[in-house]
Design a protein around this ligand. Structure first.
Ligand code: SF4
Length: 314
């Protein structure tokens, strides 16, 4: 993948990878299957992860009451104002999209893939504790006709933080799911969050170094968003009294670019910022200027002549 880096971008972007593979702009359409999450429906807990919004972390996905075809068309009509493309990734973002019985999951995936024959990838966001052998068999079946990506929310490798954020599973559950997916040849994208309460730079770097142990297709590095109507948002003052502060943009740039240096160049960078609805975001508000954040990352890497993987021991 090293060849996908250039003078402008010192890391392997998803955009560059997709253009190299499909020779065109590929648009991601976020759909909502209305599936729940075991960390919200009481199977594990009712509270969910402390930063989880009422939309189950799918604030920009389609409207779940509508059929998939309508969700797809709604989003496409907006996208067409920006890009003229006919190549798509269908992305099941909100909730836990392998958390239902197998027949229901098969129906969901098949229905989505029937919307448009130019859907090249079905990308499914889920939790590691919702990957099991039955799910793997279904993913293998779908993967024969259309590429399947599984997106796993890990956030951190540190058990103490995982407990604090109420993630609801331990690291060995993640490892089990990773091994099953790797053996099944399903591409995996892992989400991590920078700026989780009481994590320092070294801990965040350790999370990335650990991920090099796996055959990882992609990574999404998010900044922690503190939003209204979440546990963290409602209890922010208490966290602050205990010494928690959101990262500044400079800290985020410093930590994220160092993480990139330790990351294997086979891993594609799917995201280095996240989206939060402006009216719900409490802090940090600098994340609303995504373009500025990405620019600062690029500038920092160019100025210091650093690249993804240049500290990675292969
Ligand atoms: S796993 Fe995702 S959907 Fe479930 S509680 Fe956590 S953030 Fe929300």
């Amino acid at each position: 993948m090293d060849k996908l880096m250039n003078d402008e971008k010192h890391y392997v972007t998803l955009n560059n990878y997709l253009r190299y593979k499909y020779h065109t702009k590929v648009a991601r359409i976020s759909l909502n299957a209305g599936l729940s999450c075991p960390n919200r429906d009481g199977k594990i807990s009712y509270g969910g992860c402390i930063y989880c919004s009422s939309n189950l972390s799918g604030d920009f996905a389609g409207e779940k009451t509508k059929p998939f075809k309508d969700q797809f068309d709604d989003i496409l009509s907006i996208m067409k104002l920006k890009w003229d493309t006919n190549t798509f990734i269908a992305y099941l973002q909100a909730g836990t999209n392998t958390y239902a019985d197998i027949d229901k999951l098969r129906k969901i995936y098949t229905e989505i893939l029937s919307i448009n024959h130019n859907i090249k990838v079905l990308s499914i966001a889920t939790r590691p504790d919702c990957i099991n052998e039955n799910v793997i068999e279904l993913l293998k079946e779908i993967n024969k006709s259309v590429e399947v990506w599984i997106e796993l929310g890990l956030q951190t490798i540190h058990e103490k933080t995982a407990l604090l954020i109420n993630r609801g599973y331990q690291l060995n559950t993640f490892e089990y799911a990773m091994n099953l997916l790797n053996e099944a040849n399903i591409k995996i994208i892992v989400h991590i969050i920078n700026g989780l309460p009481f994590e320092n730079k070294e801990m965040m770097i350790e999370t990335v170094k650990y991920l090099n142990n796996y055959n990882l297709f992609g990574i999404k590095i998010h900044m922690l968003h503190i939003m209204k109507n979440t546990y963290l948002g409602n209890n922010l003052l208490k966290f602050k009294e205990l010494g928690f502060n959101s990262l500044t943009i400079n800290e985020f740039v410093d930590i994220t670019t160092t993480q990139l240096r330790y990351l294997n160049t086979n891993t594609i960078i799917h995201r280095l910022t996240g989206d939060a609805p402006k009216d719900l975001l409490i802090e940090p508000t600098w994340t609303l200027k995504k373009f500025v954040v990405l620019n600062e990352i690029d500038k920092h890497m160019r100025k210091n002549k650093i690249y993804q993987g240049d500290l990675c021991i292969k």
